[in-house]
Design a binder for this molecule. Structure first.
Ligand SMILES: [Zn+2]
Length: 68
């Protein structure tokens, strides 16, 4: 199993979330818990059913809303 720091570095490098247990990119987003400083995003791996949570920290703000 990859550790948290290595997982983060690889996600940043490849701009893609992957399973820390089996390296699969076939992961599904689940519930999202939003705080004032952090966001906890749940994921489930579709290949090995491993459940993990990505932790996001506040990095700044911008005008308007994301376009999507
Ligand atoms: Zn997996």
């Amino acid at each position: 199993m990859i550790d948290s720091d290595s997982w983060k570095a690889k996600v940043v490098e490849e701009s893609q979330t992957f399973c820390p247990a089996c390296d699969s990119t076939n992961v599904t987003m689940g519930a999202c818990a939003i705080g004032s400083m952090t966001v906890h995003q749940e994921y489930t791996c579709e290949d090995c059913q491993y459940e993990f949570t990505a932790l996001f920290a506040l990095t700044g703000c911008y005008a308007g809303h994301p376009e999507n």
